[in-house]
Write a protein that binds this ligand. Structure first.
Ligand code: MN
Length: 319
């Protein structure tokens, strides 16, 4: 189709598969308040206005580094997995499956919401502690999103060593032929890369997947573009590798996967396909329906916000 209009706004494409080719698009995180009465600020790198998904990854928050009290009371999720990956500090996770666990550096907390789960996240102790972590969401495919909720904790994740001293930890999915033991439902990669100052490494990528990297610590150049902490560099699809050069000791997080099967509707803590599904999930939470249940040990829960006065639309990419 020929576009006769020339505007700054590129046309939405029909699906990720039509977003065809390598990209180097640098995106900034934005500051967002999180949680109920005692909100803390997080920096959100995904979704972006023009980029709702990278593979099945649909959300990326970083909280920290900061010294704070984290009190995120029980709240529901549907249609997604939460991937919690701490750098500093200890967080207590409780959920409606009666899990009550602590999570710290090197451990993956993976919660698969399926048709519905609720959880709380508290920092340990009563006072402020140093905290820093990523929390990502993975959209579940049609084949899994209506299923039962589940929770996993992984303390021994596989690593890949690079020749120059760097290391990749495979958190979810598969990287360089090495697979994480964590449950994944679409072809995907989530990996933490640690590089010493001066190392340059050509990361192997699957050309049929799209990828991005987010800066965590230090100064790196990826595909010729400087990526500072919390910046997200979208790399597009059809690359079989990408050059990463560390100017200082550096940590980045690689995310990618097969372009997701569908456009998604994302609102509050819900990932679905239609406005009606989200309304139904919201009403079930507000009615304290057994779909979500109760998180043991809590008197309070986070109430759902009011629905907007417009119908929720599926999110489409524009790059
Ligand atoms: Mn949550």
């Amino acid at each position: 189709m020929t576009r006769l209009d020339v505007t700054a706004e590129p046309a939405a494409v029909e699906s990720a598969a039509e977003c065809d080719g390598p990209r180097t698009v640098l995106m900034e995180a934005r500051q967002v308040p999180l949680g109920g009465l005692r909100a803390m600020d997080v920096r959100r790198s995904l979704p972006q206005r023009d980029l709702p998904l990278i593979g099945a990854w649909c959300f990326l928050d970083r909280f920290g580094p900061q010294e704070t009290v984290m009190r995120v009371d029980p709240h529901p999720h549907i249609g997604l997995q939460t991937v919690t990956w701490p750098f500093v500090g200890e967080v207590r996770h409780r959920d409606t499956l009666d899990n009550d666990v602590l999570i710290s550096r090197g451990q993956l907390n993976l919660m698969t919401a399926g048709n519905g789960i609720a959880h709380s996240e508290y920092s340990t102790g009563d006072g402020p502690i140093p905290l820093d972590a990523l929390q990502l969401w993975v959209a579940l495919p049609e084949s899994r999103r209506h299923g039962v909720p589940a929770f996993e904790q992984h303390t021994a994740l596989p690593t890949v060593d690079f020749a120059g001293g760097g290391t990749a930890t495979v958190v979810l999915g598969e990287f360089a032929g090495v697979a994480s033991p964590a449950s994944a439902y679409t072809p995907i990669v989530g990996a933490e890369l640690n590089l010493p100052a001066g190392e340059a490494v050509l990361l192997p990528l699957r050309p049929e997947w799209e990828h991005g990297v987010v800066g965590v610590f230090g100064d790196v150049t990826v595909a010729g573009t400087r990526v500072a902490p919390d910046q997200l560099l979208y790399l597009g699809i059809h690359r079989d590798g990408v050059l990463v050069e560390a100017e200082t000791d550096a940590t980045i997080f690689l995310l990618g996967g097969e372009p997701f099967e569908d456009d998604i509707v994302m609102w509050w803590n819900f990932v679905g396909r239609t406005h009606e599904e989200v309304v139904e999930a919201r009403e079930a939470w507000e009615a304290r329906d057994a779909r979500f249940g109760d998180v043991p040990g809590h008197d309070t829960r986070i109430p759902a916000p009011e629905m907007p006065h417009v119908r929720l639309a599926r999110r489409r990419r524009r790059i």
